[in-house]
Design a protein around this ligand. Sequence first.
Ligand code: STX
Length: 318
Amino acid sequence: MTTLFPEIEPFNHGYLQVSDIHNVYYEEVGNPEGLPIVFIHGGPGGGVTPEYRRFFNPEKWRVILFDQRGCGKSTPFAELKENTTWDLVEDIEKIKNHLDIKSWSVFGGSWGSTLALAYGQTYPKSCDSFLLRGIFLLREKELRWFYQEGASFIFPDEWEKYKNVIPTQERNDFISAYYKRLTGPDKNERMKAAKAWSQWEGSTSKLTQDPNTINSYGEDQFAEAFARIECHYFYNKGFFKDENQILNNIQLIKDIPAVIVQGRYDVVCPVETAWELHKKWPEADFHIISDAGHSAQEPGITSKLIEYTEKFAALLTN
Ligand code: STX
């Protein structure tokens, strides 16, 4: 099993103004002369953490990580205005151009896989390879599974806490009920909803529940951005015109080297979606990790991802 590379500090960081109101934080780690790769975090609204820098051999890769609009160190915090999938796709291309990069590899898990694919299909010539994990395509059945009924059957104890924030008469549509509270004027209501929403995800992300993960998802700052931004994207169906848009456009990227890594016991983004993607994209390598849930920190998933950052570094160097 391969584990994360050692802790590392950025050699460069900054802000890029991407709209009248939004400034996006980015950082670069590794080798300034190395192969460029962009890290696309999850949520939406999750932000980057120092651990995400460590999937990449720092001698081979120049890694660019950034906080998507409204989260992490990006400003304004938890802002939902001018915050859509297509805004983020443009931000990625703007960061690439700002850093004078011609093309780069794209690494993303969960919502990061959704955004990586949306970006790749918009700017295929910008992409050297794709490393995708815990596939999420934001379709109705995926949202329904996690936020309405399905995952609730596996984690009924955790579900109860998520459910109880919403009065019985509104429980036929949890996403709308949460949206109302997360965007409402009452700060207490907003934070209560934000914590319950975030901790539901924190308590279901790993094969074995980890109290530290659950607590960190429940921290005020993190929960507010994560819950508000996620719910805003899901309430708006990811701003896709057609929920099958990504699956129906794989031909745009099919010849770009790619790998899909998926935990068998992923309860947040069940393997069914990765399987459908694999069927539409047989050219991409496909790995189901037999003893893993959703998180990138699952040992089998971390190991497979690093195997591929090494493999693609060699492939792209020749
Ligand atoms: N959202 C799944 C997702 O993208 C439905 C996600 N879940 N947790 C995360 O992202 C973080 C690890 C970024 C907090």
